[in-house]
Write a protein that binds this ligand. Structure first.
Ligand code: SF4
Length: 400
């Protein structure tokens, strides 16, 4: 049975209601259990559970240290392309946004990767919008093959593909696949995705299964908080993770908890997940899934990230750029503007081309980041908290 079939049978509305009406006693009882169910998770993320944040975070911290040790892995996103054929209301790359776009040539991608290697990163996430013409399987394979010679750990966050399209990417050296459902609320999903292949909820939701069948050894999932009701999203992610742990058990699973950030198009969040609730959510996920990696990106401000690291986070990004060429300026001579998917020539003196202070390229980013500290500063902070920053935890030779 696929995840979608199972998901459609899930009593989501009842679970959300259970969470909203849970008593403090019910939340406390769930907090004390050695193994948690989805009902217990609903109790922990309830308004009543919010009052137990201190014991919840203490248990989450203890459990994370027992399972993962006092280490935090670091990674960096590398944007290959901001071309996209989808219309996602909340994303700066949405095809309707008249932004400056570019797809990096494989040699330019290598240049960006070398800049990240120079900062210490050994774990790189290749990110691209969905555009079969620019970001084809062949293009992706060439990029992965080239980088695999120098980067120990490569993961992908690109448009969903068929299992047979993923296989050459795994063979070329990609080991991880990240795909967020964005929202598990079908009606919100339909409103947010108005054009392009991403309109297909099922196709996206079954992507982790196809990726696993193709041989990826790390799978990342998550919801984008700010679209649907956050408890409904969290319960759905939990159900999805439970399904993958049962059916795709050879892969390592990670859950990300991204919250919406300002971006081109100026979309305003539909719902709100507060800082306090984000902390509650991280800790509740840890208790439900003791061995699942929890990911935190530079979408969150420095102070909050500092506080979250010891509570359950195992993988963190630093000094991220969300525009292609952001680390070195690669590709800046090939920029073009698109309006509703069509390339529009800009006058050579147009303000969009004027160099912007502190930026390597004028290509538009996917969203604004909130934590701008360097990789070295984040590593130092991790050390100060008593943890070890881990740049490399895998080498292709281990599978040879
Ligand atoms: S979220 Fe992804 S698919 Fe949607 S517009 Fe942005 S890059 Fe394209």
């Amino acid at each position: 049975m696929s995840f979608v079939t199972e998901f459609d049978k899930l009593p989501l509305a009842a679970l959300v209601q259970r969470s909203l009406t849970a008593s403090t006693q019910a939340a406390r009882a769930s907090l004390g259990k050695p193994e948690l169910s989805l009902d217990d998770f609903a109790h922990l993320i309830s308004p009543a559970g919010a009052e137990l944040l201190e014991p919840l975070s203490r248990r989450s911290q203890r459990m994370t240290q027992q399972r993962f040790g006092k280490v935090v892995r670091l990674f960096a996103p590398l944007y290959l392309s901001n071309e996209c054929i989808n219309s996602c209301q909340y994303c700066g790359f949405s095809r309707d946004n008249p932004i400056l776009r570019v797809t990096l040539a494989p040699e330019e991608v290598r240049c960006e990767a070398r800049a990240l290697l120079g900062q210490g990163f050994r774990n790189i996430l290749l990110v691209a919008g969905e555009h079969p013409k620019f970001v084809s399987t062949d293009y992706m394979s060439r990029c992965v093959r080239l980088l695999h010679e120098e980067v120990p750990s490569l993961s992908l966050e690109v448009g969903p593909m068929e299992t047979d399209e993923y296989r050459p990417l795994v063979q070329a050296g990609a080991e991880g696949l990240v795909v967020y459902q964005e929202t598990y609320d079908r009606s919100v999903y339909a409103t947010m995705h108005t054009a392009g292949p991403k309109r297909n909820f099922e196709w996206r939701a079954e992507t982790p299964e196809r990726a696993y069948a193709a041989g990826f050894r790390r799978i990342g999932i998550g919801a984008l908080y700010g679209l649907g009701d956050w408890r409904l999203e969290a319960l759905s992610v939990a159900a999805h993770a439970a399904y993958l742990l049962r059916n795709c058990w050879k892969a390592q699973l990670t859950i990300s908890l991204p919250r919406l950030r300002p971006c081109a198009g100026e979309f305003q969040p539909l719902t709100h997940l507060s800082d306090h609730e984000l902390v509650q959510l991280v800790c509740a996920f840890r208790l439900l899934f003791p061995d699942v990696g929890l990911v935190l990106s530079t979408r969150e401000p420095a102070k909050l990230r500092n506080g979250l690291i010891p509570l359950g986070i195992t993988l963190i990004s630093a000094r991220s750029h969300t525009e292609p060429g952001g680390y070195t300026g690669a590709g800046k001579d090939n920029l073009h503007q698109t309006v509703r998917g069509k390339i529009v020539e800009l006058a050579s003196g147009a303000s969009e081309w004027a160099p912007q202070p502190n930026r390597a390229t004028n290509a538009t980013g996917q969203f604004n980041i909130a934590d701008e500290r360097s990789a070295g500063e984040v590593a130092e902070l991790i050390r100060k908290l008593g943890y070890e920053p881990v740049w490399k935890d895998w080498d292709a030779a281990l599978t040879a």
